[in-house]
Design a protein around this ligand. Structure first.
Ligand SMILES: [Zn+2]
Length: 239
C-alpha cells in the first residue's frame, strides 16, 4: 500500500483520501553539522524516521520540507535559514492546501528541534486552527521520541552533530559520514549575550562528542525513535 505522497499519482491520492485522511508533514533543515556530517543530516534522519514510523499506520507522508529556521548554526557555510515569518507562512500554506484536499488530521513532525523553529511551526498551527476548527493539527519533534531510554544508549548528552545524530547517520547513511574528521566540542559563549552568528561562540559546529558514535547505537536509537513515533501516530489515529 503506497503511503508516500511523492510516489503517488493524483488519482491514487484522491482514491486513498476516501479511506484515509491523516497525513504527516516532515521537517528537516539545511544546516551545518560539523566537519564530519553533511548539510542534509536533519532532513536525511527526519525522512527516514517518518517513513519507518508511519509505515503500516493510517497516515500518508507528505514530501519533506528541507528548509527550516536555524539560529545557532548561522554563519557557517552551507547553513541556509528561513526567516520566522517565511517559515510560518510556508507551514500555513501547506496546512491550507492539505485541508482543502480533505485531510482531517495533520501531524507536523520536525527532526530539527531548534526552539525558534518549533515556535514558528506552532504559531502557524495556532493561527490555522483559529479559522479551521474541523481540522486537527499536531506538532511533534525529535525531542518527543527519546526520553530516558535514549539516554541509556548514549554516553554523552544529545545536542547537535553529536553522538546521537552521528550514530543515526552511521546506521542510515554511512557513506556520508567522515568519522576521521569528527571532533568533540562543547561550546560555551558569554552568558545572556545574543550572538548574530554561531561562528562567534562555536569553532567546529559540533555541540557534543560525535567520536562516541557507532552504527550499533544508531540502530538502537532508530528503532526506539520510530517505535515511539508509531505509538504517537497510532494514538492520534484513535482519538
Ligand atoms: Zn541536526
Amino acid at each position: 500500500m503506497k503511503y508516500l505522497l511523492e510516489d503517488m499519482t493524483w488519482t491514487e491520492v484522491e482514491e486513498t483520501l476516501k479511506k484515509k485522511n491523516f497525513v504527516v508533514v516532515p521537517f528537516g533543515s539545511v544546516e551545518e553539522h560539523g566537519p564530519h556530517l553533511p548539510i542534509s543530516t536533519d532532513s536525511d534522519l527526519c525522512y527516514a524516521i517518518v517513513k519507518k514510523g508511519a509505515e503500516g499506520t493510517d497516515f500518508l507522508v507528505a514530501p519533506i520540507v528541507n528548509y527550516g529556521l536555524e539560529r545557532s548554526t548561522r554563519g557557517f557555510a552551507g547553513s541556509i535559514s528561513l526567516r520566522f515569518e517565511t517559515l510560518k507562512q510556508l507551514v500555513k500554506d501547506i496546512l491550507f492546501e492539505l485541508t482543502n484536499q480533505g485531510f482531517k488530521k495533520i501531524v507536523l513532525f520536525s527532526f530539527h528541534a531548534s526552539s525558534t523553529h518549533l515556535v514558528a511551526l506552532k504559531e502557524a498551527a495556532f493561527d490555522f486552527v483559529q479559522e479551521n476548527k474541523k481540522v486537527k493539527v499536531y506538532l511533534v519533534s525529535s525531542m518527543d521520541l527519546g526520553g530516558q531510554d535514549l539516554l541509556k544508549i548514549l554516553e554523552t548528552p544529545p545536542q547537535h552533530a553529536c553522538e546521537l545524530e552521528t550514530s543515526l547517520m552511521l546506521y542510515l547513511k554511512p557513506e556520508a559520514v567522515q568519522m576521521n574528521k569528527a571532533v568533540e566540542e562543547y561550546p560555551s559563549g558569554t552568558p545572556f549575550l545574543v550572538y548574530p552568528s554561531g561562528r562567534e561562540w562555536m569553532k567546529t559546529g559540533v555541540m557534543g562528542d560525535p567520536r562516541k558514535a557507532s552504527a550499533e547505537k544508531g540502530e538502537k536509537i532508530f528503532n526506539l525513535m520510530t517505535k515511539r513515533l508509531r505509538e504517537i501516530l497510532t494514538n492520534i489515529q484513535r482519538e
